[in-house]
Design a protein around this ligand. Sequence first.
Ligand code: NIG
Ligand code: FE
Length: 418
Amino acid sequence: MIHIHGAAQIATLGGASTKPKTGKEMEELGLIEDGGIVIDDGIFVFVGSSGEANRYVKEHSGDKSVTVLSAAGKTVTPGLIDPHTHIVFAGSREFELNLRLQGAKYLDILQAGGGILYTTERTREATEEQLMAETVRRLDRFLSHGVTTIEAKSGYGLRLNDELKQLRVARRLDAAHPVELVSTFMGAHAVPAEYKGDADAFVRTVTEEMIPAVAREGLAEFCDVFCEEGVFTVEQSRDILEAGKRWGLKPKIHADELVSCGGAELAAQLGAVSADHLLHASKDGIRQMAEQGVIAVLLPGTAFFLMAPPADARAMITAGVPVALSTDRNPGSSPTESLPFIMNLACLTMRMTPAEVLTACTINAAHAIGRAASIGSIEVGKQADLVMFDAPNYLYLQYHYAVNLTDTVLKKGDVVIR
Ligand code: NIG
Ligand code: FE
């Protein structure tokens, strides 16, 4: 049994496990001052005031050993969840920074065979063991910033065996590392060199060979596609996501990141779980997403790193779209594992309130990866994933910015950072 006592503040995020929070609900954090938490067998068994938690432990501990953790002066939140990463890859692309500072556009670099295609070459060359070793370092960094669950996409193989290799690495790391991984197949991340000029043929390979193979091996829960002018069209994206659906992979979509091209509308038509990026989503697309309950996964770090204006989070929240936030961890448009810094950016560049930001990185992020029944809030019966931040209250997390305030992390009831 673990007894956490004397927390300055607990943000429980309770009460939204069946449906993500929208509009004003995103401000409701379920705050407890001077709080206590009891964990047994990896599960929250009590959440309330410090005094009540003391009584609970006295009455229920029996002959179990009790580990007591003081949370004095700390703010406790659910383990942070990152619902959109491209974490399994080899190599890095720091040389692109100078090109971009001189004016090269992200898509120009890709079209010249760099960008995603450069990382694809490095990832194809890497063995499963090499990919494991590179990815573990990134997972360690996520964990040190309070992130206990991430979604992980493939998409740097762009041919069957290398896509499977990336997804197998994610599966092995889910078992081997404290950070939990939820996998997404994203074979349609770019058109690989060997299909240059014939995207339709590549789409057929994705739908007819890759998706069935991924589904048969049970390697992914979601299917994603880079729907963007010059990458995959709305029609191609629809074909891919519908094929995914037939094989039991739930749709996600990289939508309207660089230009407005109907990605948000497609997400609504397909009943996608989430549409991500959305920097250029149309008003009508946002309205349709709200109607269909499609979650907007916003990535203000990508806008920051590509020196672009961020998505219109306020329009989405006002329209009733549930919003989640993510790093987009990848080697080109967002090389960071600091979800807390992304939270700072969401607050300061998109004017999301600190409460909305916390909702977006916990319970709404859990919904975006289909895990809201087990994680995303501190509630009796849920898996005991939590973070203690060196902060007197949740507002402070968006105030003392760009530093790591993570003090203690528990995953499935195990103390993994202290
Ligand atoms: O979400 N937009 C497409 N994919 C990633 C970038 C991947 C890369 O540049 O390697 C993104 O921004
Ligand atoms: Fe992405």
